[in-house]
Design a protein around this ligand. Structure first.
Ligand code: KG4
Ligand code: ZN
Length: 341
């Protein structure tokens, strides 16, 4: 089976080709190509993604990126078994570009079309490089738009244990980076500069919320950083950007790791997985390893390139759904605020 995956929900135009034997197992799949045309440079001048600019660039880029993904995988259009594409959540104009291209291809090739939830796709990125990864496990999905703690019971069967009540983890990184004068996107910038800082320099608040809750909240932390910076400036105290960045990052990670490990313990799983752009964070990976290791848990995460937006993860969900006999209708809409059910 050859699955073409398409992802255009935000600022990456991405297309991937995934091969599979037809079995319902991560051991059955092999990534043949993974092309990502990033728009980061285009949006940097605005300090964030401009939706209309993103859609236009997707329109210009989608066909060449499809061609490149096929070329690199050494397959032709007639080899494709099914086409999958993100249908939400995301910027509606951006999602529509990839979704329409994917539907048109499926229609023309007379092959099944599979609409994919972008957050679910982030979780599935873990299967691409871990052929032995089997549910059940707890997955922390942390990206620029979403923060969810999910219990995966089986392929395609999961339960959301908690989610953010305000800002997503990545959004908090991006906003704090802006306050600290670091460049967009803020997550990688904070990750880098924090290596030179002291994570205990400033004790920022950790929002654990009410007892037993798996929800997250990062807006209070973001405000605490802004207030700290303002207060220091007005007192004429010199700011250490690496110290503030490292202390902020530590507060986010403390909450993420604590709640994920509590979920693993309560759900009695031996494995925890990370997914989404923030899962590329080096300190989060290190701390999750250290603290999960103390409990004898196995920790999995994708390579950084499969943590941030890509189409390999979309092709991966497409494969598992196709093998399970689940396809979508060609009138499936783009759903900007689609959530994990
Ligand atoms: O998954 P993703 O590419 O897009 C969404 O679905 O939102 O995630 C992008 C987010 C951005 O907020 C970015 O700042 C953050 O992931 N991110 C990071 C790192 N790399 C990307 N955050 C912390 N540390 C990183 N190394
Ligand atoms: Zn994403």
């Amino acid at each position: 089976m050859i699955i073409l995956g398409v992802e255009t929900s935000c600022d990456e135009t991405a297309v991937a080709v995934l091969e599979g034997t037809g079995e319902l197992s991560p051991a059955a799949i092999k990534l043949r190509s993974n092309i990502i045309a990033s728009q980061i440079e285009l949006h940097r001048q605005f300090g964030g993604v401009v939706p209309e600019v993103a859609s236009r660039r997707h329109v210009e880029t989608i066909i060449p990126v499809i061609e490149k993904a096929l070329d690199e995988a050494e397959v032709s259009l007639s080899d494709i078994t099914a086409v999958s594409a993100t249908h939400g959540p995301g910027l509606v104009g951006a999602v529509l570009v990839g979704l329409s291209a994917a539907k048109a291809l499926a229609l023309a090739l007379e092959v099944p079309f599979i609409g994919v939830n972008h957050i679910e796709a982030h979780m599935y990125a873990n299967f691409i490089e871990h052929p032995d990864l089997k549910p059940p496990f707890v997955c922390l999905v942390v990206s620029g738009g979403h923060s969810d703690l999910v219990y995966l019971n089986d392929y395609g069967e999961y339960r959301v244990l908690g989610r953010t009540r305000d800002d997503a983890a990545g959004e908090a990184f991006d906003k704090v980076a802006r306050t600290l004068g670091l460049s967009y996107p803020g997550g990688p910038a904070i990750d880098r500069i924090s290596r030179e800082g002291n994570p205990e320099a400033v004790r920022f608040p950790r929002a654990f919320l009410e007892e037993g809750s798996y929800d997250f909240s990062f807006s209070g932390l973001k405000t605490a950083v802004v207030n700290y910076v303002e207060a220091s400036k007005s007192k004429g105290v010199e700011l250490s950007i690496p110290d503030i960045a490292a202390s902020f990052q530590e507060a986010v990670i403390d909450v993420l790791v604590t709640k994920t490990l509590r979920a693993a313990s309560e759900m009695d799983t031996a494995t925890v997985a990370l997914a989404g752009g923030v899962a590329a964070n080096s300190r989060l990976r290190q701390e999750m390893h250290r603290r999960a290791g103390e409990k004898g848990l196995d920790v999995r995460y994708p390579s950084p390139i499969l943590c941030t937006d890509n189409a390999a993860m979309v092709a991966c969900v497409g494969y598992f759904q196709l093998v399970s006999g689940k396809c979508s209708s060609l009138d499936l809409p783009a759903v900007p605020n689609l959530q994990l059910e």
